[in-house]
Design a protein around this ligand. Structure first.
Ligand code: ADP
Ligand code: ZN
Length: 635
């Protein structure tokens, strides 16, 4: 570890820099010192510094950052620096509790007010609030809006209002919370208190709603790149979903914690059971479970290492566990927005993580069926159909998936990413016009009344009972597609669907029909690039890759790593918090790599602030010293 540098990390704040008349650069320096002293981080991400400067100068702000982008520090640090308490509006009890626990671990004075507290506890918090002891108070919107609370806050000095998960204000999104609409009251009642809205939802409609509903017309917008470079995007065609999942987990995440999303409760239960049978520890989570069981599974997932949560999308917002190493989808998400939000739960800590999706034709049919059966009006359904098509297009992508994803959200990325399956294992692409026109003709000749399975049998010239019963062996297209396997034909059909050349019936039986768009293909006027699945793709080069693994540890390091993890688990139990609130994995990695020899060197590790240094430094140093003794070092 570089000697000397650590002395830069001074653990005392220059009081003058926050006093009356202090300049913004001065305050920003104070903020940086606080970042190092309290949170143990070397510097702000670029957008964080800008947002913090704006708030310190008394301005409002709209902050759009992806999950894991570091939104919380944007309000936590100004709340600590400015006079008075920062009020954080947060929609979920679990989220508030986690953040408050994390802040306390860092030695920050923070509390939350919500329905989980009894009267006595609430009184105690109010007392601390009134006496100005709190830097941060987290509060649910319905509690904040009570006349009594507004009155209380009106008597206090407030640093700022932070409205977290601000997309809840938009009735377009799936997290709509009517109470959020009433938060407009804040601008009227608390003139001069800076307000900031924060969200990881990027689209323009949501953004407009936030500005209009929360009265943030004067707010500067801070929009970060939504790229999550540490997440590797992988898509596989579905053959035997669960086995594929297991193979993926064995290869890339043999003992990691992650989420597996399924569409139905039944599939959640079955998949969780199946994973348990195959040596993984998995828990189910869906809206059909008893509340107590659901909560218990969630608590276990947050606290124990290596657990897999198999869940419907009911398991969603509020999962801020930083070390989720993978998010797997066994069914197709209904939109790219949902996909991006769900996969975004992986790798908040910035370490390598994967987003793995396995999808097949029947997924598409099922989703269409659900969409058409919903009670939404026609305009809404049209929108949903478009979103589903975009999702399909993404699955059948032959170029960089990350570029396509970001482009969908309005962000241009000039270079392919090198960290998605299309970049890593470029698919074989061919002129597929002949296949396309054979497939389309066969759909047409058989009367546009059948699903892909039947059409493929026709193309392959199978004389099944169903075909003979209809006399379809007489069709001119019978048996014209024997050059491809059934698997390859399925892929062709998926691509034709994704490209909008075929559609399925609105009733959801999977009946394929031609669309207007396929005319030029049928007439041979337009070439069509198709990806051809290789029949032996399963046996292709092993997909394990180093980048997804923990940095390779040697035998001795591995022992050290295990001891550090054990120590962290023990401390977490003792303090009743999840292990990652003691130290993130990245901080433990840094310990293994840098081998700090004393408290000063220990204080230089990323993620070690003063409070954690005092509380845990000596314990971890002892482990480090034991492992560096001659007994351990001889290899
Ligand atoms: P968000 O709320 O935007 O999803 P968080 O505020 O939870 O993100 O931050 C994500 C992770 O990044 C956390 O583990 C946090 O400690 C870490 N982090 C945030 N800012 C910094 C920084 N400037 N330097 C290093 N790590 C940071
Ligand atoms: Zn890529």
């Amino acid at each position: 570890m570089p000697g000397g540098k650590c002395w830069m990390k001074v653990f005392d704040l220059d009081a003058d820099s926050t006093g009356p008349g202090s300049t913004i650069p001065g305050m920003l320096n104070a903020a940086r010192t606080l970042l190092r002293q309290t949170f143990g981080f070397a510097d702000f991400h670029p957008q964080q510094a800008e947002v913090i400067a704006a708030i310190l100068a008394g301005h409002d702000a709209l902050v759009l950052m992806p999950t894991g982008g570091g939104k919380s520090l944007c309000y936590q640090i100004p709340s600590m620096l400015l006079d008075g308490t920062g009020i954080v509006v947060s929609p979920l009890i679990a989220l508030m509790q986690n953040q408050v626990l994390a802040l306390r671990q860092a030695g920050v004075q923070a509390e939350y007010l919500n329905s989980s507290l009894d009267y006595g506890q609430q009184q105690a918090i109010e007392m601390r609030l009134r006496s100005g002891q709190l830097d941060l108070l987290y509060i649910a919107p319905e509690r904040l809006l009570l006349p009594r609370t507004l009155e209380l806050l009106g008597q206090l000095k407030l640093a700022l209002f932070a409205i977290d998960e601000a997309h809840c204000v938009s009735s377009w999104g799936h997290d709509f919370r009517p109470e959020y609409l009433q938060l407009s009251v804040l601008q009227e009642r608390f003139l001069g208190v800076p307000r900031m809205a924060l969200t990881a939802t990027a689209d323009a409609t949501t953004r407009r709603d936030i500005v209009a509903q929360l009265g943030l017309q004067q707010a500067a917008h801070y929009i970060s790149s939504f790229d999550r470079p540490n997440i590797r995007y992988l898509v596989e065609e579905q053959q035997a979903g669960r086995e594929q999942l297991l193979r993926f987990l064995d290869q890339h995440h043999p003992d990691d914690s992650g989420i597996v999303y399924c569409l139905s409760r039944k599939k959640v239960e079955a998949t969780a059971q199946w994973l348990n049978l195959h040596g993984r520890q998995a828990l189910p989570y869906h809206a059909g479970l008893l509340h107590a069981e659901r909560d218990q599974n969630q608590v276990r997932f947050m606290n124990e290492a290596g657990l897999i949560m198999v869940a419907t999308i009911a398991f969603g917002m509020g999962i801020d566990k930083p070390d989720i190493r993978f998010v797997a989808h066994l069914d197709l998400p209904r939109s790219l927005e949902a996909y991006y939000q769900e996969t975004g739960r992986a790798g908040r800590d910035g370490l390598p993580a994967s987003a793995w999706l396995c999808y097949g034709l029947q997924n598409v049919v099922r989703l269409r069926q659900m969409l058409e059966a919903s009670e939404a009006d026609e305009a809404h359904k049209r929108l949903e159909r478009r979103k589903l098509e975009a999702m399909l297009g993404y699955c059948e992508m032959i170029r960089c998936r990350r570029q396509a994803l970001l482009a969908y959200f309005g962000e241009q990325k000039s270079q392919p990413c090198g960290n998605c399956d299309c970049c890593l294992y470029p698919p074989r692409v061919e002129d597929g016009s002949v296949y396309a026109s054979k497939a389309l003709s066969c759909v047409y000749r058989s009367g546009q009344r059948f699903g892909a399975g039947y059409i493929i049998d026709l193309l392959l010239g199978k004389t099944s009972g169903r075909i003979l019963a209809r006399g379809h062996q007489q069709l001119s297209t019978f048996g014209i597609g024997t050059e491809l396997t059934a698997l390859q034909w399925r892929s062709v059909f998926r691509q034709l669907l994704a490209g909008g050349l075929l559609s399925t019936d609105p009733e959801g039986f999977g009946v394929l029909r031609l669309t207007e768009a396929c005319r030029p293909i049928l007439q041979g006027q337009q070439p069509l690039q198709l990806r051809l699945e290789q029949p032996d793709r399963k046996k292709a080069a092993p997909r394990r890759s180093k980048i997804l693994q923990r940095p390779a540890l040697t035998g001795v390091d591995e022992q050290l790593w295990q001891s550090l993890c054990q120590c962290r688990t023990q401390l977490a139990r003792q303090y009743g918090v999840p292990p990652y609130l003691i130290f993130h994995d990245s901080t433990l990695h840094a310990m293994v790599e840098e081998r700090p020899a004393d408290l000063n060197q220990f204080s230089c590790l990323s993620g070690v602030g003063q409070h954690k240094l005092e509380h845990y430094g000596a314990i971890f140093l002892q482990i480090l010293q034991t492992h560096s003794s001659p007994l351990f070092s001889g290899d």
